[in-house]
Write a protein that binds this ligand. Sequence first.
Ligand code: NAD
Length: 353
Amino acid sequence: MYAFTHDTAPGRVVLGAGTAADLPREVERLGGTRVLVIATPGRADQADAATACLGAARVGLLAKAKMHVPIETAIEGRKEARRLNADCLVTVGGGSAIGLGKGVTIDLGVPLLCMVTTYSGSEMTDACGMLDGGRKVMHQSPHMRPKTVIYDPELTLGLPPSISGPSGMNAMAHCVSAICSVNPTPMKSLIALEGIRAMADALPRIAKDPSDINARGDALYGAWNCGIAAGLGARGIHHKLAHVLGGSFDLDHAETHTIMLPYSTAYNATAVPDAMTTIAKALGRSDNDAPGALFDLARSIGAFAALKDIGMPESGLDQAAAEMMENQYANAAPYDQPRIRALLENAFTGLRP
Ligand code: NAD
């Protein structure tokens, strides 16, 4: 007999090549008349071009989003949105732009529309980590769940393979965590498996040919599934690792996820053996070596394999293991500091799990 709590809010998703042109209609649908556009500095030109169709309804462009959403940036964004009397926020970019949009609207409650240009899946969740006093602090609010998401693969053609791959692996991590979670639900597991399958299929094709619009569209479809899985709630030890390493050591979010995913999966292997078989199958394997399959996928798309390659200091491993024991995210296998320290050591050198 089934027994679970399934908590999700519907969101409007518009997916397809050329759908960026639907922006004015979608903003109008949300009642937006004064739009503040949000992007990272690197995406300012793209954000400007993609939202020019809003005409006079676009009242500002805030190209100050940063990874991990420093709280000061969110406060500045709130001030700017108030100053402009914005009644709709449109992000153009990946998880960093979306995170700033969430950091603004958690306070203002104005609708958030996301034009997605990476595969992080952040656009489907009502949560956001923000960097506050050197630590990444999680926030959750129904206001932060985007009301509309536009997935136009044409907006992602410029995303280099070095960012595309880790971004997709970051999304996939939500699915792996969902399947390994302490509270899987049938729908969560189904969506998570579809997210893994779609992403594992698309990422090697993008690595081979970044201009493959079909692969880009398939990756956005995967990101949508992965994002729903994330929004259904399943952080586990994997996300705790990513938040400690990203928050305290300023490591790139997506690359950290990519490196840590095989190890965090291996950590849970004996606690959730069925999950290993299911995940390996979604990755096209006939064995139960889900950690090995994730490791191989990351290698096949040319991602970094070791924490030492993305700026983690070896001297920080003890601190990271200690921080892992604070404010634990529910996980199938219990938190054990020596075991986590060993996991971090292996990830530091990139040893196959
Ligand atoms: P990102 O948004 O930081 O983008 C990475 C880089 O790629 C940036 O420099 C950006 O300017 C550039 N870029 C983005 N789109 C591009 C394009 N189409 N062409 C060329 N360059 C492009 O990276 P991300 O991995 O999408 O997001 C990471 C952030 O998202 C982190 O802060 C993380 O915490 C957050 N996140 C949140 C959730 C959630 O559910 N709340 C989920 C996943 C990630």
